[in-house]
Design a protein. Structure first.
Length: 213
């Protein structure tokens, strides 16, 4: 047991250290996400036509082309959760992490994604999802479970990008192509050891929760 526990402790310590190093970009990204979520919520709840029309087009498009939405509409909730997990990780988070190396590039995408998270706070008939307690809890918890790993994924990339221009002592050493500190990239991988299971939890909750109505 000791032989197993020691590598596990080392891994946990390395992950914790990586998150701590990237804490400011992660926190800034989270604040940015939730700011635009709030803006989206306010817009649809005040009857903003642009936001409501955009929400309707987005939902209709998702029902026709998004594998997770299609599987869910067919009653395949677990399959929908897996499709959603893969989409969030491969198509959503990973490109934002890579773009985060530029530091500023992911934030327009973050703003748009957060805003979309806010405008879907109403039903198809544009009544609020926040009136019913179960519906409100489900909505906010789903949003929280999704945006935490997204914030970590983006923040990890931004942290690596900052290290290119302002390299702290713990990132001194070998660099990829003479530019990217290898230790910063290892921190990205360590943070993804948390991001991946968090995305899976978020997708399972979203599609398998008894409060999903």
């Amino acid at each position: 047991m000791r032989g197993i526990a020691s590598p596990l402790r080392n891994t946990v310590a390395a992950i914790s250290r990586a998150v701590n190093r990237a804490r400011y970009p992660i926190l800034f990204t989270a604040i940015f996400y939730f700011l635009f979520v709030f803006i989206g919520i306010i817009m649809v709840h005040t009857g903003n036509r642009f936001a409501l029309d955009y929400r309707d087009r987005l939902v209709n498009q998702s029902l026709q082309s998004n594998p997770a939405s299609i599987a869910y509409s067919q009653g395949n909730n677990f399959q929908a959760a897996l499709w959603d997990f893969v989409g969030n990780l491969v198509l959503g988070a990973f490109p934002k992490t890579v773009s985060g190396i530029s530091i500023l590039l992911p934030y327009p995408m973050v703003a748009q994604q957060g805003w979309v998270g806010g405008i879907v706070s109403v039903h198809n008939d544009h009544t609020s999802r926040l009136i019913d307690p179960h519906s409100a809890i489900y909505y906010f918890l789903t949003l929280f479970l999704q945006l935490v790993p997204y914030s970590m994924a983006v923040g990890a990339g931004v942290n690596a990008g900052i290290a290119v221009f302002r390299t702290p002592l713990y990132y001194e050493g070998r660099k990829w192509f003479g530019i990217l500190p290898e230790e910063a990239l290892r921190d990205v991988a360590r943070i993804y050891l948390i991001v991946i299971p968090l995305f899976l939890i978020a997708s399972l909750w979203e599609f398998l929760s008894p409060w999903n109505m």
